[in-house]
Write a protein that binds this ligand. Structure first.
Ligand code: GUN
Length: 283
């Protein structure tokens, strides 16, 4: 039987540390970390994420601004808001919630954000820094996963690490972070031949494929650490991950639940990046 990795507990510990750091930064330098969040349109899931980001800022004592823009917002309007925030000293981090409505070009918006304020670490400059292992902003979800693996007391060095999913937001940066910790990393995706043969080798399996209950017990090695990044809404409205918990849990040594595993970590890592961005402004 696996031990559950409790993302709420790990996240709460990091937020306590950030709250203390925030107090200290205000006292020593008169700087209060500030985050601006932009949401365009009314995608229900995005609205929930943005509200949670706003609450997260309040919890640790940061300044925050949320721009809730109508779906018809033009690219020029959005890019001028980004420019204004790039030049605003109260704002250390800028996040534009994705996905954007179809008429807006996500790449243009990401490129417009000052890399020093790019707390999502989506700008190619920051992606490149992650690739060479010399970075200040952590990719939020993969960094949260690393904290959860760390919380099990496992040394990643030399372990077989398998990542299922190759997105720019999770799979690719996840593989880089595991590699930096000297894991032997394999990235699998929808075209991988004999996926089970690969996943069975994993000491650490990170699943970010976006398909409900995709990984089943027969695909997992005994004693593996299984991290489920998935968040899928079932027909009955319940949240479920990419891992079939019922069949995988008896085989794993550690497993993250959904909800309550990776989810709570992502915003916490965003808050950590905002702290880094604020500290980086100290001359
Ligand atoms: N939409 C889903 N996840 C994310 C994220 O991490 N950052 C942004 N900006 N949008 C998202």
């Amino acid at each position: 039987m696996a031990q559950l990795i409790n993302g709420k507990v790990v996240s709460a510990q990091i937020r306590e540390e950030l709250k203390a750091e925030c107090e200290k930064l205000k006292k020593d330098y008169g700087i209060r970390p500030g985050l601006a969040v932009i949401i365009v349109g009314d995608d229900p899931a995005s609205k929930v994420y943005v509200n949670n980001k706003e609450k997260g800022c309040a919890e640790v004592g940061y300044y925050s601004e949320v721009y809730r823009l109508p779906a018809e917002t033009t690219e020029d309007e959005l890019l001028s808001l980004v420019q204004k925030l790039n030049n605003d000293d109260k704002i250390h981090g800028i996040l534009c919630q994705l996905p954007l409505p179809k008429h807006l070009d996500e790449t243009k918006v990401i490129l417009a954000i000052d890399p020093k304020k790019d707390v999502d670490a989506f700008h190619p400059e920051n992606v490149g820094k992650i690739m060479i292992g010399n970075y200040s902003f952590l990719p939020c979800t993969p960094a949260g996963v690393m904290k959860l693996i760390e919380s099990t007391g496992t040394d990643i060095s030399g372990k077989e690490c398998v990542v299922i999913g190759r997105s720019n937001i999770v799979g690719k940066p996840q593989a880089m972070l595991l590699l930096q910790k000297n894991g032997t990393v394999t990235i699998c995706h929808s075209r991988t031949k004999d996926l089970k043969e690969v996943t069975k080798r994993a000491d650490i399996l990170v699943v970010a494929i976006g398909k409900a209950d995709f990984v089943t017990g027969d695909m997992v090695k005994d004693g593996a650490i299984v991290i489920d990044v998935g968040m899928n809404r079932k027909a009955d409205g319940k949240l479920t991950g990419d891992v079939d918990f019922a069949s995988v849990e008896p085989k794993a040594s550690f497993i993250t639940p959904v909800p309550g595993g990776v989810g709570p970590m992502t915003i916490t890592m965003l808050l950590k990046n905002t702290m880094t961005a604020a500290k980086n402004t100290i001359k």
